[in-house]
Design a protein around this ligand. Structure first.
Ligand code: CDP
Ligand code: MG
Length: 152
């Protein structure tokens, strides 16, 4: 089982797509185990996007990600990190495949609706940035036997 961090970025919330995007993760069969609405501060943006802070486009990214509320989620499932990245699609929404969240709902490279952790180390780091351990609500869905075989 893997866990990964998802952020519904300010454009997703402002465009009233949050519910539909969350539904895609639920319908896929991922377990939703943490969720909250919040505002990203400039300090939090710099921590989360540490790898991008030195880039020329970072100030514009920070202005965007702090401009309105976001929804932060943790989902769980086998190979969840890769599966969620593939559901989200390529960074530039104009290049993202149809059927992905960015491909279906976006035209922008920056306003691309969703963030998803890109590997196990990023997932661990990012989940800790956005959630305290006590905010995670682990549970076994009653549907579990119809979602995965026992040996998966
Ligand atoms: O989010 P993802 O991992 O696909 O892309 P990234 O290369 O790690 O970039 C992080 C975020 O910065 C993107 O999702 C865009 O919102 C934003 N970005 C931007 O504003 N301008 C760029 N030239 C590249 C990325
Ligand atoms: Mg990235």
């Amino acid at each position: 089982m893997e866990r990964t961090l998802i952020l519904l970025k300010p454009d997703c919330v402002q465009r009233r797509l949050a519910g539909r995007v969350i539904a895609r993760f639920e319908e896929k069969g991922l377990n939703l185990i943490a969720m909250k609405m919040m505002r990203v501060t400039p300090e939090l943006a710099k921590r989360h996007y540490a790898e991008h802070v030195a880039k020329g486009w970072y100030p514009s990214l920070e202005a965007f990600i702090t401009a309105g509320p976001i929804v932060a989620l943790i989902v769980e499932g086998p190979e969840a990190i890769r599966v969620v990245r593939e559901m989200v699609g390529a960074t530039n929404s104009r290049n993202a495949a149809q059927g992905t969240i960015r491909g279906d709902h976006g035209m922008s490279r920056q306003m691309n609706l969703v963030h998803a952790s890109d590997g196990p180390e990023a997932a661990q780091r990012e989940m800790q940035i956005f959630f305290h351990p006590e905010e995670l609500c682990e549970f076994t869905p009653t549907l579990q036997p119809w979602l995965l075989a026992e040996d998966e």
